[in-house]
Design a protein around this ligand. Structure first.
Ligand SMILES: [Zn+2]
Ligand SMILES: [Zn+2]
Ligand SMILES: [Zn+2]
Length: 483
């Protein structure tokens, strides 16, 4: 299966041509993304918004071999019915083309072509074959569709999306099995969580590639779309269900300027095991070959050989109060099927409403699938096997043990040893101390010294060390030149 990304942007594209925000300014300088569409083997096209045929032309991609057009829904960035008219003026006219989509999307095509070509394109003898596709709800075609004959045939399963309103009807996602057995999930557009029947249908599919929309970046709330956090949630669920497995390429599409600038987006997606290749990227997914970016006309903002790296084992994240260090730590594990969150804070004191509210807000942000453990006994957790640990944080742990200096010294030694030898993936959050005035109290000075020394010891035994300043993550170790 060969997959060509003919577009990876949102309805308005990225940059939005009208917009001067920082995200659009970055995109304008580095990487322009048009409306999302994906070409499989030059024979099957997923979505065809008005941008798409022109993007294909600019990329030197021919659409003459197209046999099957799959439309996800009738929003205008996924459906440009005029394309079918331009096709009828080409050498491809007269060749059969399946047009598959929800009934409302097919109706838009038929109305447009009837008006401009003077005849219903669904008439007898037309080269267009309209195939309604809905996921559930007693539609005429409610199961897998077999498109094309014999060895060149595709098996297509429309799946329910969380997207669409009364005017366009429910949108669908597509599960596509190519003639060579390659498996692709096209998850665009949808919000989270995916509907239960869709999750049931993708269980165990072990896709070669999952294309999942991520329209909203760090600014959720626009339309029925995914943002970075809910994208991670969906990926985690797909991992739990064996739909995303070790070899699966998870690609973010339908990207808009609600995302952070592209270099930061690439970093954030990499933390989730995902990538966002640009328009024109071609993925050769011939049976289980390692991902090869055959062609990428975009500048080198994406790694040239983005084979999945195993995630770093021990990560220490330091930062000042309210720097964003906890959120940065959580981001590293959001797409994991299971996580043990280790809270080292004392249980909320019922009389301290402000502290209880902080703890509650932290807890609220964590995915429901995470297990929370409140403990100061970090060593047994580091020594036992299990899902990744998120320890938040080392500063509170030191503070809780500060009253007994001998006990603290012993436990610090044990903690550093356990950290050094742990077989478990662990991300720990700590506080950056000592940048300001010398603490006025003896206890304050003892805390600063103990935590400062412990941070240095943990950092020396970590695979990665990051500092977060004003919400911006800076890698301290290994330095870019070392890795
Ligand atoms: Zn869309
Ligand atoms: Zn913008
Ligand atoms: Zn839409």
């Amino acid at each position: 299966m060969r997959v060509t990304l003919l577009g990876t942007g949102s309805a308005d594209g990225w940059p939005n041509p009208w917009c001067d925000c920082a995200s659009c300014a970055w995109a304008r300088r580095h990487e322009v993304r048009g409306q999302t569409a994906v070409l499989v083997d030059d024979a099957l096209l997923l979505d065809c918004g008005p941008d798409v045929p022109r993007t294909a032309a600019r990329l030197g991609v021919r659409l003459s071999g197209l046999r099957h057009l799959l439309i996800s829904h009738a929003h205008p960035d996924h459906l440009g019915p005029e394309s079918l008219m331009w096709r009828s003026w080409s050498s491809a006219a007269g060749r059969p083309l399946d047009v598959v989509g929800p009934p409302a999307a097919l109706a838009v095509c038929r109305e447009f072509l009837t008006r401009w070509e003077g005849a219903d394109p669904a008439r007898e003898g037309s080269d267009l074959r309209f195939v309604p596709a809905t996921a559930g709800g007693g539609s005429p075609v409610d199961g897998p569709l077999r498109l094309g004959a014999g060895d060149a045939g595709y098996l297509v399963r429309p799946l329910a999306a969380r997207h669409g309103d009364a005017s366009i009807g429910p949108a669908v996602l597509y599960d596509v099995t190519a003639p060579d057995g390659g498996r692709l999930l096209y998850g665009c557009d949808t919000a989270a969580p995916l509907p239960a029947p869709t999750l049931a249908a993708v269980t165990g599919r072990a896709y070669d590639v999952v294309l999942l929309e991520e329209n909203n970046g760090d600014r959720p709330g626009f339309g029925e779309h995914l943002d970075l956090a809910s994208f991670a949630e969906v990926v985690a669920e797909l991992r739990r269900r064996g739909a995303v497995v070790d070899g699966t390429r998870v690609l973010a599409v339908h990207l808009s300027h609600r995302n952070p600038p592209g270099d930061e987006l690439a970093r954030r997606l990499a933390l989730l095991g995902a990538q966002a290749p640009g328009d024109g990227a071609v993925l050769d997914l011939t049976p289980r070959a390692p991902l090869r970016l055959v062609q990428s006309p975009a500048p080198a903002t994406q790694p040239a050989s983005p084979a999945a790296q195993p995630p770093p084992h021990r990560v220490l994240i330091t930062g000042g109060a309210r720097s964003g260090k906890s959120a940065e730590a959580e981001r590293r594990l959001l797409a994991e099927p299971a996580v043990v969150y280790v809270a080292t804070s004392a249980p909320p004191d019922a009389t301290d409403a402000e502290w209880s509210a902080r703890i509650a807000a932290h807890r609220e942000r964590r995915p429901a699938a995470w297990t929370t453990v409140e403990t100061l006994d970090l060593v047994p957790l580091l020594r036992s096997p299990g899902p990744p640990l998120l320890v938040d944080g080392v500063g509170l742990w030191v503070a809780a043990l500060l009253d007994d200096p001998a006990e603290l010294a012993t436990r610090v030694g044990e903690l550093v040893e356990a950290w050094r030898h742990t077989a478990r993936r662990v991300v720990a959050v700590t506080d950056e101390v000592g940048s300001g005035v010398v603490p006025a109290s003896a206890a304050g000075r003892r805390f600063r010294d103990a935590l400062g020394l412990l941070n240095a010891e943990l950092a020396a035994a970590s695979d990665e060390v990051w500092q977060v300043v004003a919400g911006t993550a800076i890698r301290l170790r290994p330095r870019a030149a070392d890795s």
